[in-house]
Design a binder for this molecule. Structure first.
Ligand SMILES: [Zn+2]
Length: 77
């Protein structure tokens, strides 16, 4: 699956910055992707920030996305 990150959906800027493989938490951190990590390893996501308008987006990585369907902690809407 290819994710189209550019342009910014809010202001159409292409002045975007991304961090790689931030842990989705657990332990002392808020757990943003419950049920989608591996045993003893929380799911990871990339964070993309638009340098022009500040819109911040979280992209769960592909392995976490694939676990959504089977997870009991997520409900398709
Ligand atoms: Zn923007």
């Amino acid at each position: 699956m290819t994710v189209e990150i550019k342009p910014c959906p809010n202001c159409t800027s292409t002045n975007l910055y991304k961090t790689e493989r931030i842990s989705a938490g657990g332990g002392y951190a808020p757990y943003y992707l419950p049920g989608l990590g591996k045993f003893l390893s929380s799911a990871k996501f990339d964070v993309v920030v638009c340098a022009d308008c500040g819109l911040t987006r979280f992209f769960a990585r592909e392995d976490a996305c694939m676990r959504l369907k089977k997870s009991t902690q997520w409900r398709r809407i």
